[in-house]
Design a protein around this ligand. Structure first.
Ligand code: PMP
Length: 416
């Protein structure tokens, strides 16, 4: 199994000058990277479905940078477009007209979109969506789903977390996923006060099986919002372009008022987009919102190349069928060894856990054995497919998973 000597040396070096070494969910203090010693810390290069770490170990990367890698790292069409724009310029006082091309492409591609507004991170646009909803309605409360993730702005976090005060979350009302009656009751009890209902298209929390919407859930929520003047904002930051290029609202058969996109937009080139309907254009225009790099041109060049290629190859179909092949195989191989591997969510961004023990320790052990053999899974977070993953990659993953199941079973004989 892999050796991480250089990774560890560099992590110690990072700790001296960077708080926590690698911060947030990408760092080893995140519960996704348990046990920490199974994981590399730093990449040395990336191509297609793979990353190589600073010790020279190769991994099939099933985290895809937490979503941005959708075509494969360093995709040649995206990189050619980037190189071309790079020669012309990137961050300039007046934006390049390529920004309009990018907006037109989104309006043409995303079914609900009449306009597009660009920023950098997913959190920029979820935050903006709320501001737009408040500006449009003159109301201040938001309904959010428990366990939903919308970024790190104070309103997205929990009271009790460091740096969060009561006022930050005072206007949030939390509901259970897929519970329409609860939403309906809250709307009834807060007449004329709810500005926005914000949720992801399906429920993909950490540490929990992921859940698709119940039949008619979104159609009923859509009607409730329309009838009560509530803005329906969908956070498609994670699902966007992995389920349906027309938008995940389209995939589940309804139409959102606002859609937040980020991760897969530019195959890793940094930008996000809020898309919306005409009725909200004045409200969007009225809100003060901008950033130093938000109109930079290179990510737009990447975005145009990326979306055009996603369309050309019918990317969601590829990721769904490859994801199904991969996860069906993992479940079967696990079963042969006596493991009950449960897979939930969409195949292009599935969630999995070994359910033989409640503690999740077996799952963590198995994931660790996979990682140390070149299959980069994490624990307790959904994983991601990308379009560069081949049948050979899936076969290799199955072989590694098989070996990892054997090792974990031998170590935990009493459980089988
Ligand atoms: N919403 C969802 C559903 C996400 O998955 C993420 C990122 N994991 C965000 C919002 C925040 O995006 P960012 O980290 O780019 O600000």
């Amino acid at each position: 199994t892999y050796n991480y000597k250089r990774n560890r040396e560099l992590f110690q070096k990072a700790l001296k000058v960077i708080p926590t070494g690698i911060y947030g969910h990408l760092g080893p203090t995140s519960s996704c990277f348990i046990p920490v010693d199974a994981y590399p810390c730093f990449a040395s290069r990336a191509k297609g479905a793979y990353i190589w770490d600073v010790d020279g170990n190769r991994f099939i990367d099933y985290m895809c940078a937490y979503g941005p890698n959708i075509l494969g790292y360093n995709d040649e069409d995206v990189e050619a477009a980037v190189e071309k724009q790079m020669k012309l310029g990137n961050c300039t006082t007046t934006p390049f007209a390529i920004m309009i091309d990018m907006a037109e492409l989104l309006v043409d591609t995303v079914e609900m979109a009449d306009w597009a507004f660009f920023a950098k991170n997913g959190g920029d646009v979820t935050n903006f969506a709320l501001m737009v909803a408040k500006a449009a309605t003159g109301r201040k409360k938001t309904i959010l789903v428990k366990g939903g993730y919308h970024g790190v702005a104070p309103w997205t976090q929990k009271l009790g977390y460091p740096g969060i005060v009561e006022e930050d979350v005072a206007n949030n009302i939390y509901v259970e996923w897929n519970n329409y009656d609860q939403v309906e009751k809250i709307v009834r009890e807060n007449p004329g006060e709810i500005a926005c209902f914000m949720a992801t298209p399906y429920h993909h929390p950490i540490f929990m099986d992921n859940e698709l919407p119940k039949k008619d859930y979104w159609q009923k929520i859509r009607k409730l919002c329309t009838d009560n003047g509530i803005v329906l904002a969908i956070d498609d930051v994670r699902c966007g372009f992995r389920l349906d290029l027309k938008g995940s609202d389209h995939y589940f058969g309804f139409k959102a008022d606002l859609m937040c996109f980020c991760k897969a937009l530019g195959n890793g080139w940094n930008f996000s987009a809020l898309c919306g309907i005409d009725a909200l254009k004045d409200a969007v225009s009225s809100v003060m919102y901008t950033g130093s790099y938000w109109l930079s041109a290179v990510p737009f060049a990447a975005g145009i190349a990326c979306i055009n290629k996603l369309k050309k190859i019918n990317a969601p179909k590829i990721m769904k069928s490859q994801g199904k092949k991969l996860t069906d195989g993992l479940v079967d191989i696990g079963k042969r060894h006596g493991f009950n591997l449960i897979v939930t969510g969409e195949p292009s961004m599935w969630y999995m856990r070994i359910a033989n023990d409640d503690s999740l320790m077996l799952h963590q052990e198995w994931v660790a054995e996979c990682v140390k053999r070149g299959v980069f899974f994490t624990n307790h977070h959904n994983l991601f497919m990308n379009c560069a993953m081949t049948d050979e990659d899936i076969e290799f993953t199955h072989e590694v998973a098989d070996e990892a199941f054997k090792v974990v079973k031998a170590r935990n004989k009493e459980l089988f």
